[in-house]
Design a protein around this ligand. Structure first.
Ligand code: FAD
Ligand code: NAI
Length: 477
């Protein structure tokens, strides 16, 4: 006899687990099926984000920043530390402990909200009257059958691989391997100067690796505002010491076990370099393998994304899809917001996720963050805008932190002054970007930010100053 539910969520990442909790809060009997197993073979909720993505990468970024600070910044504070060493095993254990704690936290939240926590790979079997039938298997054997009125697909994404170069996570690494290196490689190669390449490259560079990043596009961080991207390129190459090569055409790659050789072409010149480890971070592909979507008529596009409307509804009755497996940015907070919105829509509410105000953060040092339109987008769309910029160089809080570099740029409509974008590079801009998100959600004008009291000394004063600059009345500029 199958277990009956109002809602079955497939996938326990930030899209799926949040959708399941919200559905249960709204009174639906809910199950969440997740297939992820940790390296010990145990179920671990939280999906890519918690197990091999957002959270472990931020843990290692912090460890490596601390190591870098001990070596390069502490002396300026009058603190001397000799022979600082990195214990990679201890660093990895700290990262694993954070994952275990948070995965246990999700299991606890499931219990608290009475979400049935089902481990295994979910496969869509078809309809039985008004219900969807879902079969769950583990290690190849069927372990459960569930029936649900509504299904929410939240199966996430996997790393895209280079054709003919299988990831072994020994020499050729994807995100999981890049987060689990047991020693610092001497020569680390990275293919793709996107978010993962820059974050993981920064981690291992700060721990002592020579890092070369090979990027196909001639433009650095093409999705970011180019003023900020140019500043980022300068500081990441000059200060962090990343060797970033743009406009590269990758040729033959040979995994020799103990090393890997990469042939590429740059400005018409053929080169070959040898690395001890190679991270491939060239984007991600949606996860639909094992879901059996084709058999039940689930519409997918040519790249494998589940096709949904603006409310995350698929082409099938009462079947929804959210997060990395559908269109839009591959970000944890976007997945979670879609999860909440779908659960509320099933409950008859009218939620809305505004794709125009989803923040982006790249956790390099300095951090890069933005929300809204870039100058390039506004120009392309023919929107008349004004801008204000201000820097962290003279900001008292940033100076005290020893991180007085970076820029904030605010873009506002030339006619109405409504804020259209906020772009930043600097200390803790991952936190500061929320001021832009809140302002834009409340349809604020740049003058509103200029007239709001900002604590002194604080990093947020740079946003205040940028807003004043947009009205040509910067006080410290
Ligand atoms: P996922 O988190 O991928 O979860 C999907 C889950 O579904 C997985 O557990 C999977 O095993 C399971 N599953 C798949 N198929 C089935 C099936 N048939 N049956 C049962 N279970 C199934 N985003 C940010 O916003 N901030 C960051 O700082 C950030 N850092 C990142 C760093 C790295 C290294 C990586 C790789 C990604 C990062 N991301 C970050 C992106 C973020 O991880 C994803 O956008 C997010 O995890 C997507 O959530 P999701 O719920 O859609 O899918
Ligand atoms: P990405 O899309 O950010 O970057 C991939 C890069 O690889 C691009 O610059 C692309 O031009 C380049 N590329 C593609 N094919 C190539 C080739 N053959 N040779 C050389 N370069 C090539 O993808 P990435 O870094 O893999 O990350 C995947 C996604 O995960 C991100 O887009 C983001 O959505 C998410 N993520 C978010 C983070 C955050 O929010 N801080 C951190 C890490 C990942």
């Amino acid at each position: 006899m199958s277990q009956q539910f109002d809602v079955v969520v497939i996938g326990g990442g930030p899209g799926g687990y949040v959708a399941a909790i919200r559905a249960a809060q709204l009174g639906f009997s809910t199950a969440c099926v997740d297939a992820f197993k940790n390296p010990e073979g145990k179920p671990s909720l939280g999906g890519t984000c918690l197990n091999v993505g957002c959270i472990p990468s931020k843990a290692l970024l912090q460890s490596s920043e601390n190591f870098h600070a001990v070596q390069h910044d502490f002396a300026k504070h009058g603190i001397s530390v000799e022979n600082a060493k990195i214990d990679v095993a201890a660093m990895l254990k700290r990262k694993e402990d954070i994952i275990t704690k948070n995965a246990g936290g999700i299991a606890f939240l499931f219990k608290k909200n009475k979400v049935a926590n089902v481990h295994g790979l979910a496969s869509l079997k078809g309809r039985e009257g008004e219900k969807w039938v879902i079969e769950v298997s583990d290690n190849g054997a069927v372990v459960d059958t569930l029936e649900a009125t509504h299904v929410i697909i939240a199966t996430g994404s996997s790393p895209r691989q280079l054709p003919g170069l299988p990831v072994d996570n020994v020499t050729v690494l994807d995100n999981a391997g890049a987060l689990a290196l047991t020693e610092v490689p001497k020569r680390l190669g990275v293919i793709g100067a996107g978010v993962i390449g820059l974050e993981m490259g920064s981690v291992w560079k700060r721990l002592g690796a020579e890092v070369t990043i090979l990027e196909a596009m001639p433009t650095f961080l093409a999705a970011a505002d180019q003023q900020i991207a140019k500043e980022a390129f300068k500081t990441l190459t000059r200060d962090t010491g990343l060797d970033i090569q743009l406009g590269v055409k990758i040729g033959a790659i040979e995994n020799k076990g103990a090393s890997v050789s990469v042939a590429y072409e740059l400005n018409g010149e053929a080169k070959t370099v040898e690395f001890d480890k190679l991270i491939v971070s060239i984007g991600r592909v949606p996860n639909t393998a094992g879901l059996n979507g084709e058999a039940v008529g689930l519409q997918m596009d040519e790249r494998g994304f589940v096709v949904v409307d603006e409310h995350c509804h698929t082409n099938l009755p009462n079947m929804w899809a959210i997060g990395d497996v559908v269109r839009g940015p591959m970000l944890a907070h976007k997945a979670s917001e879609e999860g909440v919105a779908v659960a509320e829509r099933i409950a008859g509410q009218k939620p809305h996720v505004d794709f125009g105000v989803i923040p982006w953060v790249i956790y390099t040092s300095p951090e890069i963050a933005w929300v809204g339109k870039t100058e390039e987008q506004l120009k392309a769309e023919g929107v008349e805008y004004k801008k204000g910029t201000s820097g962290f160089a003279a900001n008292g809080r940033a100076l005290g932190l020893g991180q007085a570099q970076g820029t904030v740029k605010i873009l506002a409509c030339a006619k109405t002054d409504r804020i259209l974008g906020l772009h930043m590079i600097g200390p803790m801009v991952s936190e500061l970007v929320t001021e832009g998100v809140v302002s834009m959600e409340f349809k604020a004008a740049s003058e509103d930010l200029a007239r709001i009291v900002h604590a002194h000394p604080s990093l947020a004063e740079v946003i205040h100053e940028a807003a004043l600059a947009a009205d040509k009345r910067a006080l410290h500029g």
